[in-house]
Design a protein around this ligand. Structure first.
Ligand code: DC
Length: 219
């Protein structure tokens, strides 16, 4: 098997990252987290005082920037973008900058270059619809917004962050709204995507189901 692209799309907290990482490991595929790319760019632009409205400057800055991955770590202009891009605030910033066409253009091109002729699991919002429309397998994960908020809350609590469930629920709703109503590449399942509701199933069950689909499609 030469190239095999698996697109995993879905809203925040649907289980994309856990499922995509585990799937890549089980299959021996590479893994690309496109949300991290949007988060890194958003934090960088924000820190440099470049607002989402200033498309010319964003274009100039992104044309001069270099994003790279080494052993699963993401670097932007030589700086590692680690835990600082994982906060809820950066999630909202990312969702806001992700509406800007020039940001999407730069990142989409880079994502296609990375995936190119590889065996790779790519997770995001528009992978099956825009970035890799010819992906061999497209999965769209969903879960109720309450369940997704509970998962985020548990994740943050584990890290020792003390955020209320209500605040997380509200932030998720803002992001769902921004991500699914934007004009370009909105969050939605591709026509040929397989939709899996993860509200009441375990990660292992979801991964197992996707592996069955990969086996069927590689025949
Ligand atoms: O998956 P995540 O929560 O790390 O993504 C952060 C934000 O980035 C998300 O709210 C919208 C944006 N994003 C996007 O627009 N397209 C992608 N392919 C991935 C993320």
């Amino acid at each position: 098997m030469e190239k095999f692209h698996i697109a995993i799309d879905g809203p925040a907290g649907s289980g994309k990252t856990t499922v995509a990482k585990r799937l890549a490991k089980r299959l021996g595929f590479e893994y690309l987290d496109t949300g991290a790319m949007y988060r890194a760019v958003a934090l960088f632009l924000h820190e440099n005082g470049i607002p989402p409205e200033d498309e010319d400057r964003i274009n100039e800055v992104l044309s001069r920037s270099r994003m790279s991955f080494h052993c699963g770590r993401l670097f932007l202009n030589g700086r590692e973008m680690g835990e600082e891009i994982r906060t809820a605030e950066v999630g909202i910033l990312a969702s806001t900058y992700a509406k800007i066409p020039i940001v999407r253009k730069h990142l989409t091109r880079l994502q296609r270059e990375i995936a190119d002729s590889r065996k790779i699991v790519v997770e995001g919002r528009d992978i099956g619809t825009v970035v890799l429309p010819d992906a061999e397998l497209k999965i769209f994960l969903t879960a109720s917004v309450e369940e997704r908020a509970r998962r985020r809350w548990r994740e943050l609590a584990k890290k020792g962050e003390n955020v209320s469930y209500e605040v997380i629920l509200k932030q998720l709703k803002v992001r769902d709204d921004q991500d699914s109503k934007r004009e370009i590449a909105p969050l939605k399942p591709a026509e040929d995507a397989i939709v899996i509701d993860t509200t009441k199933v375990t990660v292992e069950e979801v991964v197992g189901r996707i592996i069955e689909l990969v086996e069927e499609r590689s025949k």
